[in-house]
Design a protein around this ligand. Structure first.
Ligand SMILES: Cc1cc2nc3c(=O)[nH]c(=O)nc-3n(C[C@H](O)[C@H](O)[C@H](O)COP(=O)(O)OP(=O)(O)OC[C@H]3O[C@@H](n4cnc5c(N)ncnc54)[C@H](O)[C@@H]3O)c2cc1C
Length: 294
C-alpha cells in the first residue's frame, strides 16, 4: 500500500451541515466514518475523492436500543458495541453472531455499523443479517429522512441505494416475536478474514413447530449480499427439523448464489458451502427459536 492521494477534509458538527457539504460538493465528496474500508481504498488509490466528510463527530448517531417494535442501531455505532450488547446477544442472535465475526478487535473498535452497510461490499457480514431479519435503513438527505428496505438497499458491488448527498443515520430490524431464533454461520480461510461464504438465518415458529417466518441472507457469494427468497418460501409452514424441507431450501439458496472462483475457493465449492451453511443455519435457528419460546 502506498500513501493516499491528497484530499480535503471536513468534520461537520451537525447532520444538517454534513448533508449541506455533501450536497454542495456532489461527486467530489465522500463520507468517512471509521475509515476501515475507506482508508485502505485510498491507500490503494482506488478512487481519489477531493473531500472527505468525516461524520464521526455528528451527535446522536451512536446507540443500540429497542423502541417501536424495532432494534435501532445508530449508524455511528461501532461494530464492537454490537458484540458487547446484552440485548443484541439475547434477542438478535444472528446480528450478535455476525458482529463477532467481523474482522478483528481493532477493526471492530473503529468500524461502524453504518460503514459496514454503506460500503456495499458483498463479503461484509452485516448486510446478510439485515436481509435475513427484514431490516430497514434510514437515509437522511436534503429532503429529510427516508426509509429503505434492506432488500432494496444493496444495489451492486460497492453500490447502495443511497444518493450522493444522503447519510445513513440508522439501521433497524424488527423485534422478533416469541418463538424466534437466529444464527450467522461463516466459513473463513483464516481467523478475522472476510467470508468465503456465510449465511444469516432467522426463524419464527408458529404454534405447532412450523415456520411462520424464515429469512435467509448470504454473504460472499455474489455481487451483493443476497436474500434467498425461494429458499425462504420453501420453508413456509414446514419444520426446521424436517430434513427434506431443509435440504430443499438449502439447495434453493445455493441456486440463488452466484459466487466466483478466487483465492478463497472455486465457485462450486462456495455453492456447496452455501447449501451446508443454510441447512445448518435453519436447524440451529429453529433450535434457538424453540429454546427461546416464551
Ligand atoms: C483487515 C480488515 C478486515 C476486515 N474484515 C471484515 C470482515 O470479516 N467482515 C466485515 O463485515 N467487514 C470486514 N472489514 C470491513 C470493515 O468491517 C468495514 O470496513 C467497516 O465496517 C466499514 O465501516 P467504517 O466505519 O470503517 O466505514 P468507512 O471505511 O469510513 O466507510 C466505508 C464506506 O461507507 C461509506 N459510509 C460510511 N458510513 C456512512 C454513512 N453513515 N452514510 C453514508 N455513507 C457511509 C463511506 O463513504 C465509504 O464508502 C474488514 C476491514 C479490514 C481493514
Amino acid at each position: 500500500m502506498t500513501l493516499p492521494p491528497r484530499f480535503g477534509y471536513a468534520a461537520p458538527r451537525s447532520l444538517d451541515e454534513a448533508v449541506r457539504v455533501l450536497q454542495a460538493r456532489g461527486d467530489e465528496a465522500k463520507v468517512l466514518a471509521g475509515g476501515q474500508s475507506m482508508i485502505p481504498l485510498l491507500k490503494l488509490r482506488v478512487g481519489a475523492p477531493a473531500l472527505l466528510v468525516d461524520i464521526q463527530k455528528l451527535p446522536g448517531l451512536d446507540y443500540v436500543e429497542e423502541s417501536g417494535g424495532f432494534l435501532r442501531v445508530g449508524a455511528l455505532t461501532r461494530v464492537a458495541a454490537l458484540c458487547r450488547s446484552d440485548l443484541v446477544r439475547r434477542k438478535y442472535q444472528a446480528l450478535h453472531d455476525a458482529s463477532l465475526t467481523v474482522a478483528d478487535p481493532l477493526v471492530r473498535n473503529l468500524g461502524t455499523v453504518g460503514g459496514n452497510l454503506c460500503h456495499g461490499d458483498p463479503a461484509n457480514d452485516l448486510p446478510a443479517v439485515m436481509l435475513a431479519m427484514g431490516g430497514e435503513l434510514v437515509a437522511t438527505g436534503p429532503a429529510g429522512a427516508r426509509t429503505v428496505r434492506a432488500d432494496g438497499f444493496f444495489v451492486d458491488t460497492f453500490t447502495t441505494a443511497l444518493a450522493r448527498d444522503e447519510i445513513l443515520t440508522e439501521a433497524r430490524v424488527p423485534s422478533p416475536p416469541p418463538r424466534s431464533g437466529g444464527v450467522y454461520l461463516k466459513v473463513e480461510q483464516k481467523v478475522a478474514d472476510f467470508a468465503t461464504a456465510a449465511a444469516a438465518v432467522q426463524v419464527t415458529l408458529d404454534r405447532g413447530s412450523g415456520c411462520a417466518y424464515v429469512g435467509i441472507g448470504l454473504a460472499g457469494v455474489g455481487a451483493t449480499a443476497i436474500k434467498a427468497k425461494k429458499a425462504e418460501e420453501a420453508m413456509a409452514g414446514r419444520e426446521p427439523t424436517d430434513r427434506k424441507a431443509v435440504a430443499e431450501a438449502a439447495g434453493l439458496a445455493a441456486e440463488a448464489s452466484s459466487p466466483v472462483s478466487d483465492i478463497r475457493g472455486t465457485a462450486e465449492y462456495k455453492k456447496r458451502l452455501v447449501r451446508l451453511l443454510v441447512a445448518r443455519g435453519l436447524e440451529k435457528a429453529g433450535e434457538r427459536a424453540r429454546r427461546g419460546a416464551r
